[in-house]
Ligand binder design. Structure first.
Ligand SMILES: [Fe+2]
Length: 188
């Protein structure tokens, strides 16, 4: 494999691994905000993209006899805002929550647009240099990222943030559980 192709493929590997990490962080972000709808959406991406990551890494070994060793780099995701580890989730009010949802969607969109760029460059290089199997695999990944970007934009345009804040209101009426009842899965 030529050096330039290797550089592109390494970048894709980084992006896939850090993408999985980013979704895990976003899942925690929304769990912390008590927004289960968003948290579940990131959990889904976490699992799906984890599988894509494994398939891709196995492709590098199968196609190129190459094992990529991830190096620490500046692109490690940092989705959880500074200071959140200093506050309790109960201290967050609905205004904070709405603002955090808008900011979270913006971060998510930025992340996926950068991922799209990295994948697109790798796809174009691989395709132009006759690496058709690799190019096709990356093309599939590009389509998934495009779908994801479309969904994020849908969330933003439909203001699902507001709907989710209403869900939080409903959550307030769920009765607390005692330690005993938790074990038995009953509410009190
Ligand atoms: Fe993603």
């Amino acid at each position: 494999m030529d050096n330039k192709l290797k550089l592109h493929l390494d970048k894709v590997a980084d992006r896939l691994l850090y993408g999985v990490m980013a979704h895990s962080q976003m899942m925690q972000y929304y769990d912390f905000l008590s927004l289960p709808h968003y948290a579940d959406s990131h959990a889904k991406h976490y699992h799906e993209e984890s599988e894509t990551y494994h398939k891709y890494m196995r492709m590098l070994i199968g196609e190129y006899n190459y094992i990529y060793r991830t190096e620490p780099s500046a692109i490690i995701p940092n989705m959880i805002p500074a200071g959140w580890n200093k506050v309790n989730t109960f201290a967050i009010n609905d205004e904070d929550r709405k603002k955090a949802v808008v900011e979270g969607l913006g971060e998510w969109l930025r992340w996926e647009e950068n991922t799209h760029e990295t994948f697109k460059e790798a796809f174009e290089y691989a395709y132009a240099h006759g690496e058709i199997f690799t190019a096709e695999m990356i093309r599939g990944m590009l389509e998934s990222v495009s779908d994801e970007i479309r969904n994020i934009k849908h969330y933003i345009s439909k203001r699902s943030a507001i709907v989710d804040v209403e869900m939080v209101e409903e959550d307030k009426y769920i009765e607390p559980m005692t330690e005993d009842a938790k074990d038995k899965g009953e509410s009190v």
